[in-house]
Design a protein around this ligand. Structure first.
Ligand code: NAP
Length: 250
């Protein structure tokens, strides 16, 4: 398939106010996408990302929407479509960890929160994306990029096995959904970041283990965003159902 050139359409990034999502929003704009982004509470930071996208000459919109709430997700998609136009790429990125603890210390509230946001939220966002992009629903096709974690494979012992399990669900979503919608114009991909410098880590965690990846350092959000823009582009036209690690060899 040929490159479509600079004009790539509208991308929606959940959790686009900070970290990997913010870097992805800006990198997608550099690559020619207009960007709708969601956040949960940090509106100032979301608006800073909107300003950065607009400075690149692309259109942008920030919507407060909790991925744990189905009504918020529907409102997010409707607002982005009505303000920016049909969505061609969805970056399923919003996610949380809980404080480090062993499995024998977890309570139901902790488990419900992490699975609700990371796993159920990712499934709901993916479903909302398919209902709008699938050719079977009258859409134009597109790409869904699920942000998982190397933890899904490594297990995150002693820190957050619950988080790792919620990301394993995202890996399975990627493979299963890719097969469901491959003939409906949608590619579905997953990425597994390793240790990336963002605010998601507890104080001191990156100082403690940031040099343990084979490459000897943590990654940057921009290094993850570079993979996301590649996967969203037509250059990745023969990729679907793949999980790609971006983890410095970890
Ligand atoms: P981050 O810096 O903590 O940013 C998290 C983003 O998600 C923020 O934009 C936040 O919005 C948003 N968010 C959190 N809960 C939300 C909710 N319930 N509904 C909607 N938005 C919500 O995290 P990050 O490191 O960039 O992580 C992004 C993704 O990468 C996550 O899925 C994470 O699991 C994954 N990941 C990260 C690493 C890493 O080392 N950093 C490694 C592997 C995987 P507010 O700004 O409003 O709070």
């Amino acid at each position: 398939m040929a490159e479509t050139g600079v004009l790539r359409g509208v991308a929606l990034v959940t959790g686009g106010s900070r970290g990997i999502g913010a870097a992805a929003a800006i990198a997608l704009a550099e690559d020619g996408w207009d960007v709708g982004l969601s956040y949960r509470t940090r509106s100032d930071e979301a608006e800073r990302v909107v300003a950065a996208v607009e400075k690149l000459g692309r259109r942008a919109l920030a919507v407060r929407a909790d991925v744990a709430e189905v009504d918020d997700i529907e409102r997010l998609f409707e607002t982005v479509v009505s303000e920016l136009g049909a969505i061609g790429a969805v970056i399923n990125n919003a996610g949380v960890v809980s404080p480090a603890a062993r499995v024998d210390q977890y309570d139901v509230a902790r488990l419900e929160r992490v699975f609700r946001i990371n796993a159920i939220g990712a499934f709901l966002v993916a479903g909302a994306a398919v209902r709008r992009m699938s050719t079977a629903h009258g859409g134009q096709g597109g790409v869904i990029i699920n942000v998982s974690s190397r933890g899904a494979v490594l297990g995150s012992a002693g820190e957050y096995v619950d988080y790792a399990g919620s990301k394993a669900a995202v890996d399975t979503l990627t493979v299963g959904l890719a097969n469901e919608v491959a003939k409906e114009g949608i590619r579905v991909l997953g990425i597994r970041p390793g240790l990336i410098e963002t605010e998601i880590h507890e104080e001191g965690r990156l100082d403690r283990i940031g040099t343990t990846p084979p490459l000897g350092r943590p990654g940057t959000a921009e290094e993850v965003a570079a993979l996301i823009t590649f996967l969203a582009s037509d250059r990745a036209s023969y990729l679907t159902g793949s999980m790609i690690d971006v983890a410095g060899g970890r």
